[in-house]
Ligand binder design. Structure first.
Ligand SMILES: [Zn+2]
Length: 420
């Protein structure tokens, strides 16, 4: 039995040999009905929702919940008293209203995330491993803090680093603590890997878990080849309690946290479910969260479930890696597409893009391990197919300095796309 299935059986309170799809789905239906009853009694927003469903498929009759609904009706979605809230996350939205989305979690809600993190992290960490966490949120309840709790739960040693320190500082932590696993965003880890390679700094990393961002195949390959390590992908969003789905050692899709989350993939235009294997919008219901349950929450992320079974033997549903934000797919340039192309070049450590729409000018600033002159033509060739008609491409760049500079004194990962 796979590690994930053993964990799932334990979470569902059944014997490992009892775990099959019908057991998971029965537990999901029971949890969903318990959730509906809870919401009925504790939330004004869900007052008109039914108290009981006869099957999981009846869920499709309930309305969707959108990000705007959470902004508008946030307090009505909260089902516990203020004293039971242990964490409030405020997400800045990109809309013109400037209103932020606030999500509320209880201690018990967060413990469920820690448990899932512990399960996911145990795919690459064993007792005694030393894991550097390149994530923000070092305060209690923050992302890094939850990961630290999860690592302690499996006997590994967390080394919090944060996401806003220089490569030089990260490299020093790697050496001092003899780090052998890492958690961070994909590009941040790739940038660090190329930095280590450029300065020929030794390390003992055997595996990394990447999260917080889309993982381009070119970035996955480059991390694995540069650090000579295994790369595990994780998908997590704040609304989903940060932990959502994780790769097993087969790296063929991400197993979903089905004990806590009920996933649907819908056609974003019609709202109707799509068949397994088809791309659509990811929608989920938080089966076990109690502070602020979300029922049929539309993520805006392009996703699909994988129809075939995983070679690891697990029966837990898998999703493909996220295909990007649906709303951004219509934009002229997306980070997903640019990452996939630019990081194919082995010399690229990081980059920024400025797009000046009125002037039809795309400017790429790239940080390299070798002189720009060696790579300029290759970069232009790689980006030519995605260049919008009428746009011109300007490539500028700088090289990592010859000598490794002092701690905190130079470049930090700043990859982004700026639209004007
Ligand atoms: Zn698997």
């Amino acid at each position: 039995m796979s590690r994930l299935d053993g964990w799932m059986a334990q979470k569902l309170g059944i014997l490992p040999e009892q775990l099959d799809r019908s057991a998971i789905e029965q537990q999901q239906l029971d949890a969903l009905n318990a959730l509906l009853q809870w919401c009925k009694g504790h939330s004004t927003y869900y007052g008109d929702y039914p108290e009981q469903l006869q099957s999981l498929s009846e869920l499709t009759a309930l309305p969707f919940l959108t990000g705007d609904d959470v902004i508008e009706h946030g307090q009505q979605l909260v089902c516990v008293s203020q004293s039971e809230i242990s964490r409030v996350v405020t997400m800045q939205t990109s809309g013109t209203s400037g209103r932020s989305k606030r999500l509320f979690f209880s201690q018990a809600d967060q413990q469920l995330t820690i448990d899932f993190f512990a399960c996911g992290l145990s795919e690459l960490n064993h007792a005694g491993d030393r894991c550097m966490i390149l994530m923000p949120g070092n305060r209690p309840g923050g992302m890094s803090h939850l990961i630290q709790q999860a690592l302690l739960q499996i006997g590994a040693i967390p080394v919090p680093c944060g996401n806003d320190v220089s490569f030089a500082h990260m490299a020093q932590l790697l050496a001092v603590h003899q780090i052998n696993t890492m958690v961070g965003s994909p590009v941040q880890i790739l940038s660090l890997a190329r930095y280590l390679q450029h300065y020929q700094l030794p390390h003992s990393i055997k595996a990394v878990l990447v999260s917080s961002d889309y993982l381009p195949e070119s970035v996955r390959r480059a991390i694995a080849d540069t650090l000579h390590c295994a790369v595990y992908d994780h998908y997590g969003i704040t609304e989903g309690g940060l932990g959502f789905s994780i790769e097993c050692e087969q790296h063929q899709g991400l197993h979903i946290r089905e004990n806590d989350l009920l996933v649907e993939i819908i056609n974003p235009d019609t709202g109707m479910p799509v068949a397994d294997g088809q791309w659509g919008e990811l929608v989920f219901t938080t089966l076990t969260r109690r502070a602020m349950p979300l029922i049929r929450y539309r993520t805006g992320d392009k996703a699909r479930l994988l129809a075939d079974s995983c070679p690891c033997g697990s029966i837990i549903k898998r999703m493909d890696k996220i295909g990007g934000r649906l709303a951004q797919l219509a934009e002229p340039y997306t980070m997903t597409e640019l990452d996939e192309r630019i990081f194919q070049l082995p010399s690229v450590v990081d980059y920024q893009v400025h797009y000046h729409k009125a002037q039809h000018q795309l400017t790429l600033y790239v940080l390299l391990t070798e002189p720009l002159s060696q790579w300029k033509d290759a970069i232009k060739t790689l980006l030519q197919p995605v260049l919008q008609q009428g746009d011109t491409l300007l490539v500028e760049g700088e090289m990592l300095p010859e000598q490794q500079t002092e701690i905190g004194s130079f470049y930090q990962a700043k990859r982004k796309i700026i639209m004007e």
